[in-house]
Each structure stands twice: as C-alpha cells, then as structure tokens.
Design a protein. Structure first.
Length: 369
C-alpha cells in the first residue's frame, strides 16, 4: 500500500462522509478524546469505530499490506485526519450560517435504511425486517436513533460547505484541455514506460498513470463473463474440495441439460453480488484476471460454457457472453469520461487547498497514542 497523499486523504474523507456511526460529542476528560479542534473534542470512541471500519476494509481487500504494522498505523493516522477535516467543515458551516433541514436528515436516514433491504444472502427484506436490521446495527454501534440523526446532521452540514465553497466553483475543462490530456495519455501508453511521466508532480503523475491504465484497459481485448462460483477456502480439506467439485460438476450438467445459466447463477452461485446479475462479472482483461480463468475464457467462443475451473476462491463455471477485440484509443470515445476525470482532479485540488486554509487558521491538538 502506497503512502497516502493529502489529496487521497480528502478523497477518502468524501467516501466516508455519509458513514453512519458515532456517539455523543460530550467529552469530560482528555482521556476521552483523540483530538481537539478549536476547542471541540473528537471522542476516542468515535475515532475507534471509524478506524476499525477502515482497518477491516483494508484487511479484507489488501491483507498482504496489512501484515505490515506501519500500514495499519498510517490508516489510523489518516482516519484521525479525516475526522479533524470533518469537524473543521462543520465549524465552518456554522460560521456561514448554513442550515440542515429536518427533511434532509430524514432523506439521509431513509437512504441508509435502504442498505438494509437485503440480507447477507442477497434476499430482499420487508420494511419491518429492514428497519429491525437497521436498529440492530445502531445498537451494535452503541448509539440510539437520536445520536445517529445528530451525526448525520453534522455530515450533511459538512457536505453543504464543500458544495457551496468548493464544488460550485469547479468548472468543467474546455475540450482543448481534455484533448491535450488525452494526447499525454496515449503518448504514455505508446512509450510502454513503467516510470512516472516526467515533468509532473507525484499526484499529477499518479493521476495520469491511473487514467492511462483505464484507457488502456477499455481499449484492450476483453471478454464479458458470466460466472457461477462454488467457494472453497485455502484451508479446505480434501473431502471439502471433493464436495465442492462435485457440486460444480452437477451444476454444469444442469446447464448442459438446458437450464438457463443466469437462473442457475442466481440460485446457486456463492458470489451474491454477481449472482444477483445472473452471474455477470463484467469484462475480463488479459493480465488482470486470475491466470487459470484468463487461459480458459480467452480461448472460448461466445455462448460457450466451461467446466469447473479451480482458482484461489473456489470452483468457477464460466460462460462468455461477449468478446471485443483490442482497438486504438479514440478521443471522441473518451472525451466525456476524461472531462469528468479532469474536473474531479480540479475539485480535489480546490478541496485540498480549502481544507488547508481552514487548518492553518485553526488550533488543533492531537492526542493519538
């Protein structure tokens, strides 16, 4: 995991802006706090919950990086900085006399409640069941609905400050600027360089690399794949492996016998996200998919279904639904997406500068051990 830049801190903050957890802000002793922002405390309990969420996410998505204690420390520090940023924005919102309406809080509550409409297996829940699941989660977080609404109100206020002071002042780039950036991307791709583009600072170079990778991926040979997954852990016993393989073979027979692939995926696949889409996992690219899967899907024709393929997550049965040949990147195809990409970069820079200004005129005390 790379070192987090200030822009990445801000971007992460935006992703977490509507995260739903927290406690009352009343702190009575320094031991209760991890920071004080212009006299306003950030509670240890609030910080611990946010940090726990972030650490859990990285542990699931990048366990190798999380084996290094230094990376866990960076995530904890980043979490604290995000909370400080949020407090600064809330305080600025009060100075600007921005208001949060009751209806806005209700809408935010409804939006978050909607996330509980499905259980872990992907089954749709009724309103009463979803509400009960929502309240159970609040209880697990150690907060009541009133504290939750207070938290949401602060987050909405912070977002309003960003909208009024930063977002409203960010304008889309002109087409000639987008074309110039596209030309830099295609030149970088053509160079086949693995080094950072010259003449750019670290953040700009990283952004160009990311954009180039996206353009390259969207122009590369690719196949669209439907998948049925029978999960198998790395620690599975021989008998468990045999049972998983037997299940996969039986599902393949059902499909060969005429049962619709999407129907089997929805009923049997152990990947709930793709199962809900009839097994559709999107486009698979060379050198990106697991090698065992790549070798098979790029050799298949459209409409063909594979036998069980063993990867690190289990047995996969795949069907190719579409194939696209590699193509030369075309400006007209990418200009809208690149325009949005550049506008977002401009927004992030403005936000970084705005938050930096708030920090410079504030008194911030940190007590993170």
């Amino acid at each position: 995991m790379s070192n987090s830049s200030r822009v990445e801190h801000i971007a992460a903050f935006l992703v977490l802006l509507l995260a739903a957890c927290g406690t009352s802000r009343a702190a009575t002793t320094m031991e209760d706090t991890v920071a004080v922002v212009n006299g306003s405390p950030i509670l240890l309990s609030e910080y611990q919950k946010e940090a726990s969420t972030a650490l859990d996410y990285w542990s699931r998505t990048n366990p190798a990086a999380m084996a290094d204690p230094a990376n866990a420390r960076k995530i904890r520090e980043s979490t604290l900085e995000e909370l400080i940023t949020r407090d600064l924005l809330v305080q600025e919102g009060a100075k600007l006399k921005l208001k949060v309406r009751e209806r806005e809080i209700e809408n935010a509550v409804d939006e978050i409640k909607a996330r509980f409409k499905k259980d872990e297996a992907g089954q749709v829940l009724g309103d009463a069941e979803a509400d009960a699941a929502f309240r159970t989660q609040l209880k697990a977080e150690g907060i009541d609905l009133g504290q939750f609404r207070e938290r949401l109100s602060r987050q909405i206020l912070a977002r309003k400050v960003i909208d009024e002071q930063v977002k409203s002042k960010t304008v889309p780039p002109p087409e000639n600027e987008v074309k110039e950036y596209f030309d830099k991307i295609t030149a970088y791709i053509a160079s086949k360089s693995t080094e950072a583009p010259k003449g750019l600072d670290e953040d700009a170079a990283q952004a160009l690399r990311e954009a180039a990778n996206q353009v390259k991926a969207m122009s590369a040979e690719r196949v669209r794949v439907l998948r049925i997954l029978i999960r198998l852990s790395q620690a599975a016993t021989e008998n468990e492996r045999k049972r998983a393989l037997k299940t996969a073979v039986e599902l393949k027979k059902r499909i060969d016998g005429g049962t619709d692939f999407a129907k089997v995926a929805k009923e049997e696949s152990e990947d709930p996200e793709s199962a809900a889409r009839g097994g559709d996992i999107g486009y698979v690219l060379r050198a990106v998919a697991p090698p065992e899967l790549e070798k098979v899907v790029f050799s298949m024709g459209v409409g063909e279904t594979s036998g069980p393929i063993l990867t690190e997550v289990g047995y996969n049965i795949v069907r190719v639904s579409e194939k696209r040949a590699a193509e030369t990147p075309d400006f007209d195809r990418f200009k809208e997406d690149l325009g949005g990409f550049l506008a977002n970069m401009s927004f992030q820079k403005r936000l970084e500068s705005y938050v930096k200004g708030l920090r410079e005129k504030s008194v911030i005390e940190r007590h993170l051990p």
